[in-house]
Design a protein around this ligand. Structure first.
Ligand SMILES: Nc1ncnc2c1ncn2[C@@H]1O[C@H](COP(=O)(O)OP(=O)(O)OP(=O)(O)O)[C@@H](O)[C@H]1O
Length: 288
């Protein structure tokens, strides 16, 4: 059989021997050097490390928004830019970036309205797993609204469907951005410090709501954070990075039971894992 030039579908995101350099000459920055990482489908993986160690660069490479200078990235067997173009990949940035003239519900349903063509293409990509049968246009519209409402209810915004973004707190706006990402039913969601602007109490509540959404969909998530507690409470695996140039120091599997809820935040087991990740970070930051 003739080769299609496309890798076979896999159940993994694979980053293999990846290096990334920005700029050239005196302005050259080695952002990543020889990074290997495997994320299995359905895993929640957090990346933690000091500022400038290449966390966002790694996320952007998986998203197909940057190209590696060496090595390869594959998203369930597809090239990242191809996977991104057909919305196999969703992105949650630091700022919610909601459209101010649209209601909460309209903000959440907009991507699925815009992405019908991408949906059709996505169904043909080898690494995509269909979560629902292809619906008719009208059924898709009604289904998308019902789905968005269910997601917004899960995240505690069921009574805010008709409100405009400026009528919401920062924490509520970020939860709408999360709902919008989950509503596209992407194969992987990449989240770049989505809770960093929230106060501690709001942040912990948002983490619990993210976990509730994730447990419903079991979407693969790669999550960048500076918070050890956040990484531990959310993740199956915490990836510890350090810089100059950016590389992976340790991959720590967090063996805490799920579902993880508010009570876990105070548990001794959680604090033991936090201590372990913090010790690894201190090793990573120690001068060489
Ligand atoms: N577009 C760019 N052009 C030049 N250098 C860049 C660019 N993007 C990132 N860098 C550099 O690459 C390195 C890694 O940056 P990156 O943003 O990936 O780190 P980070 O770990 O996400 O940082 P932070 O935690 O502060 O967000 C840094 O030294 C940064 O200055």
């Amino acid at each position: 059989m003739a080769s299609t030039g496309r890798a076979a579908p896999t159940d993994e995101i694979v980053v293999s021997g990846v290096s990334k350099i920005y700029g050239s000459g005196a302005a050259e920055v080695a952002a990543l050097s020889n990074v290997d990482l495997t994320v299995r489908r359905g895993q929640f993986v957090s990346i933690i490390g000091p500022s400038g160690c290449g966390k966002s660069t790694l996320l952007r490479l998986i998203a197909g928004l940057e190209t590696a200078d060496a090595g390869e990235v594959s998203v369930f067997g597809s090239d990242p830019d191809e996977a991104c173009a057909v919305k196999m990949i969703g992105f949650v940035p630091q700022v919610p970036a909601l459209l101010p003239w649209l209601s909460v519900l309209q903000n959440v349903t907009l991507p699925s309205k815009l992405n019908r063509r991408a949906d059709a293409l996505r169904r043909r990509l080898p690494g995509h797993i269909d979560r629902a049968a292809a619906p008719s246009r009208a059924a898709a519209r009604d289904g998308a609204a019902a789905d968005a409402i269910a997601i917004l209810e899960t995240i505690g915004l069921g009574d805010s469907l008709g409100r405009l973004p400026h009528e919401l707190s920062g924490g509520m706006q970020q939860r709408v951005a999360l709902a919008r990402a989950f509503a596209i039913h992407a194969d992987v969601l990449l989240m770049d410090e989505p809770f960093s602007a929230l106060d501690e109490f709001t942040r912990e509540a948002a983490q619990v709501q993210l976990l509730e959404l994730w447990e419903r969909q079991r979407t693969t998530v790669v999550f960048v954070t500076h918070s050890v507690a956040e990484a531990v409470v959310l993740s199956d695996t915490v990836v510890v990075m350090s810089g100059r140039p950016g590389h992976i120091d340790a991959v720590i599997d967090i063996d805490l039971p799920r579902p993880r809820r508010q009570g876990l935040l105070e548990s001794a087991a959680l604090h033991l894992w936090e201590d372990r990740v913090r010790a690894q970070l201190q090793t990573a930051w120690a001068p060489r």
